[in-house]
Design a protein around this ligand. Sequence first.
Ligand code: AMP
Length: 411
Amino acid sequence: MNILVINAGSSSLKYQLIDMDTESVLAKGLCERIGLDGSNIEQKAAGKPPRQSCGFGGDPGKVYKKELQLLDHVDAAGAVIAALTDGEYGVLSDLSSIGAVGHRVVHGGEKFSGSVVIDDDVMQALRDNIPLAPLHNPANITGIEACRAVMPNVPMVAVFDTAFHQTMPRRAYLYAIPYEDYESLKIRRYGFHGTSHKYVSERAAKLLGKPASELKIITCHMGNGSSVTAVDCGKSVDTSMGLTPLEGVVMGTRSGDVDAAVVQMLCNAKGISADSALSILNKKSGLLGLSKGKYSDWRDVKRSAQSGEVEGVRTAEVFAYRVKKYIGAYIAAMNGVDAIVFTAGIGENDDYARQLILENLEWLGIKLDAERNKTREEAVISADDSLVKVLVVPTNEELAIARDTKALVTV
Ligand code: AMP
């Protein structure tokens, strides 16, 4: 069965077509500038690897690139189908070879603790959740509606970033604000990146040769957006992001945890609205803010820190310290830890970040092996005498979405 995975943003639509028999990507692509001038689609079909014996040959995969008017997401969904079935650049003969569509949805609120087959009731529930994710859920809904319009007979599944964290106990998800505000407005901690935390924790359990139900794992999804999750017996019991993805560790441009009074102070001192103050915390803070507007990309922060530049040193120090604090907190929350897993852009690729985060934790039984830590692939990177295993596990949110989709449409 082929599954189309869709991640719709307000003016973009990202997709992957996955052959679930082999779990291999047949094509991936992106529609950009939907509803704007200069809209376009780019798709790359999977190539064939070179022949093992001689090391050359193979096929790099055809790239389909077109500037075309995409007035809305329905146009974009149509363009995706046209690209996938294109006579020269496509990978499918026709639409009937798409068995199901899996949609990434940011916020499932308290209603969804797992993925669901989309019907009219689900669509209504997604609309009801818009106040919880006013930036993301409307775009996700638009993407689903567009695909339903273009592929009316193909089953569709919604996979939520928040769902994995619905197992958090009350003590972890409640804010200590008036309880009535939780009851009526559903103001609470939800957590995000759930698909990734679930995927890498399950994969880590496999690599360690133990069922997830017997392990305490801390997963560190460190990318442009970052979050840390405590996974006890396969279930999320705490996570660093909250009502929105702003809470938690230091991110590319997001502040992570701050005293809420910072918002008031910014508003009063700068004469700006709460929305503008939040925009500063979301878009001008984090690595970018700490480096005085110089670097939001970790690679630049690292280069700067390693060359001894004051902005880089300061930024790397705060970034790593915050992650370390969450790891300590989650060891306490779970009464121990068997494994710490790093994933996403920084977590998968950067030995320096991993080393900064885990240094001086030997007394907790956490000890990296410097050589093994150089990897950028799936591996155990802790020393043989480390009590806690440390792993790098590349995330694959699209495959996780496709697996959930397949499971729900083939029952
Ligand atoms: P993501 O949001 O998962 O795509 O991750 C983006 C972050 O990963 C950015 O801060 C990048 O600087 C960082 N990143 C990507 N590749 C590397 C690399 N090879 N080494 C260090 N950091 C990287």
